[in-house]
Design a binder for this molecule. Sequence first.
Ligand SMILES: Nc1ncnc2c1ncn2[C@@H]1O[C@H](COP(=O)(O)OP(=O)(O)O)[C@@H](O)[C@H]1O
Ligand SMILES: [Mg+2]
Length: 479
Amino acid sequence: MDTRGHGGLKITNSLRFKIFLGFTVLAAVLLLILNIYPVRMMRRQLVEAKESEMRSNVAALSAALESSSLMDYDTASSAISIMDIGRDQRVLVTDGEGRVIYDNLKFSDVIGKTVLFPEVIEALYGRDVFRSVYDGRAFSHRATCAVMRDGLVVGSVYAYQYDLESARLLSGTKSNIARISFAVTAATALFVLVFTTSLRRRFDRVLEGVAQIRGGNYEYRINMESEDELGVIAAEFDQMSDQLTKTEETRRQFVSDASHELKTPLASIKLLCDSILQTENIKVDDVREFLGDIRDEIDRLTRISEGLLYLSRLDSGEASEGECDLTQLVNRAAELLKAYADEFEVKIISSLPPSAYIRGSSDMAYQAVFNLMQNAVKYNRKGGSVHVTLKEGEDRWLLHVADTGIGIKEEELGRIFDRFYRVDKMRSRETGGTGLGLSIVGRCLDALGGHVEVSSTYGEGSCFTAYFPMSERKAGDIS
Ligand SMILES: Nc1ncnc2c1ncn2[C@@H]1O[C@H](COP(=O)(O)OP(=O)(O)O)[C@@H](O)[C@H]1O
Ligand SMILES: [Mg+2]
């Protein structure tokens, strides 16, 4: 037999089954209590009412007999006739030996005979008794009372009723409750079935979403219009799918960009090699020139692969630990860029505090500082300048790198931090750019717990501001 439901889930493990079982058990327990308790209460009340009625009847009859001087049929008969004892009851009066002296049955065959009912015997011992027995069809009530004279038992009064009416009342109530219980059970089962079916259907939709995404269909959305918990899960899931689609798109774009970027220098190298190989009697000087070009392309490939490797290290969440001095890093970068800046006739002017300690890896901070300063030189104009300043914020250091260069158009600002993105591919290529510099800056600052902003006026220059979290250590703490 197949006991497995959706997605290989064992039916007994399914939420639907558990809810169904839970409700059913709860309903069963409640109905059981409902079926037992009120019926018991009712039975007790019926019997109690009967007991008090019958006890007072036999007591009254016994009192009437006690007050009269005689204990015979007529006395008992006249006492009973004024007492309104129900015709549905059998009443016997016995003398002290248990001999019947009165029976309210018309054609009695027990008068003069000794009756040794247990209740009568007990009454003759002076105890008033009431007993009620229910056999499922009718009640049998028995009440007795002793008749006393001068402190001695001289007889007993015995009343007996075969009570069908109370029994009918009881069983009527019982079957009514059972009917109601059955209806409630059926309604509950129906409700639970409808409820769990709808719940199951909605779970299936979420499950389908999970399966689709797992299968690589990132476009799939659950689109459940509901505000309950399942709706919230579905909405969260759809948002996660949106994010996944974006990530997947970025990844695809990145792979395609990266292969393209690697292909270009490789194609150039191949072309240069072919030129050397296919030109007969090629001059040594030409070969040298071509080889120089080939080396440039190889350098470029090296820079791209280094940049990609560095980014992948940052992407894999490499921790940025330790602390470093930004002033030192800026000075080091300025020194390294000096020859490059001179070549472009660009002046680097820095105004720095004696020290500016930040939290995080010195290598990451240096990558950020160097790339920003290199860009400021690279995308400058002849005779231009780069101003590097370090300002102390509340709990961070602000590095401003302002240039007097070509600037960036407003619409390009949003994209320059994308991998491989370059505003002017030719210029970037000529200057050895890979389009990875600013992505590295952005990711390094993320890892350091800071961020970077840019403002630019096209044709006038740009200003990059990087925020670095300040280290606890102040200038004086370090020797
Ligand atoms: N200071 C700047 N002034 C003008 N344009 C800039 C500046 N810095 C970056 N850019 C633009 O942003 C692009 C991306 O920069 P980056 O990621 O460092 O790549 P690249 O390798 O081209 O320098 C550059 O190609 C350039 O077009
Ligand atoms: Mg750059």
